[in-house]
Design a binder for this molecule. Structure first.
Ligand SMILES: [Zn+2]
Length: 310
């Protein structure tokens, strides 16, 4: 991966689309990654969204020719349907990805398409100060309750035996963080769904396991996504320390224990410490409102005296 790698961006702003007309602008704080759900389309098929009768619109469409920008980046798109806890469109800039056909699903094509996506996400993160951890795909957003129930992009990304095997959302977030020169926060074990990992396993889940173990001080060396004897050793040491059956295999129990062990340090403060932070915050807010009341009284008194001296 070359950090300076760039990909072409064509500006084709859909000025007839209702999203454009609604012109709801806000500074995006997240990125939503979608794919169109049908194989082998190109950006040209989606140009037909540029009509007054359509209100669904992405900020961009990515295909094997590069990136086509369809709305200004700060215009609210209509990509995700609402979930029970809200709608990602309200804070996420987002794009659609054209899924490769069986014919063009080659390693080179996958590398190019993933490169486009990484480039676009890096640029957006840099321009808007978005944290790479806030890059989520449709199904991840659904899991968080802020998007409708769709499977994209995990129905094709990371699929074993395809050109997309090595391309995952985790990898995207990690590589964008690296591009930005930011410290990468490992994905927590509990945030991925994996079956038992053991010697010989490989892939993204192993990489996350290794990053988690390293973060906990059980040295796996440089994470490489390959479950070799070094990883077996680290898992065994973890199991010994946490009183688990020591077999060097990261099954359900071990993965859950790793997730639990990482949690306190890894979870943002306002989430774990609502009690303490919440109390301190209420006390401060109470002081602010008291100070405001005092200030108002003082101003009223000054006004009264000034009025009286006139
Ligand atoms: Zn979607």
């Amino acid at each position: 991966m070359t950090p300076s790698e760039t990909y072409p961006i064509e500006r084709y702003i859909m000025t007839k689309n209702r999203c454009y007309k609604a012109d709801r602008r806000r500074t995006p704080t997240g990125i939503q990654v979608h794919s169109v759900g049908s194989k082998g389309t190109t950006r040209d098929r989606w140009r037909r969204w540029n009509v007054a009768t359509i209100s669904k619109c992405a900020n961009a469409i990515v295909d094997l020719n590069g990136i086509m920008q369809t709305l200004d980046w700060d215009v609210r798109p209509w990509l995700s349907g609402s979930g029970s806890k809200g709608n990602a469109n309200d804070w996420c800039v987002g794009f659609e990805t054209c899924e490769p056909s069986t014919k063009n699903d080659t390693p080179e094509a996958a590398e190019y398409l993933f490169g486009c996506i990484r480039y676009l996400c890096t640029e957006l993160c840099r321009d808007y100060g978005i944290a790479p951890a806030q890059i989520k795909c449709h199904c991840e957003l659904h899991r968080e309750g802020v998007a409708s129930n769709h499977a994209d992009v995990n129905h094709w990304w990371g699929r074993t035996g395809t050109s997309w095997e090595k391309y995952t959302m985790t990898r995207l977030r990690r590589e964008v963080a690296l591009e930005l020169g930011e410290a990468y926060q490992p994905t927590r074990m509990e945030d991925i769904v994996v079956s038992t990992l053991k010697k010989g396993s490989k892939g993204d889940a192993v990489l996350i396991l290794q990053e988690n173990l390293n973060a906990l001080g059980f040295d796996c060396g440089k994470p490489d996504g390959k479950y070799g004897s070094v990883t077996v050793g680290a898992v065994s040491r973890f199991q010994t320390k946490y009183g688990l059956k020591v077999d060097g295999i990261a099954g359900e129990q071990t993965q859950a224990a790793i997730a639990a062990a990482l949690k306190p340090a890894d979870t943002p403060k306002e989430e774990t410490d609502t009690g303490i932070v919440g109390d301190a915050l209420s006390a401060l807010l109470e002081r602010v409102s008291k100070a405001e009341r005092d200030l108002n009284d003082i101003r009223a008194e000054i006004a009264r005296l000034q009025g009286g001296t006139k």
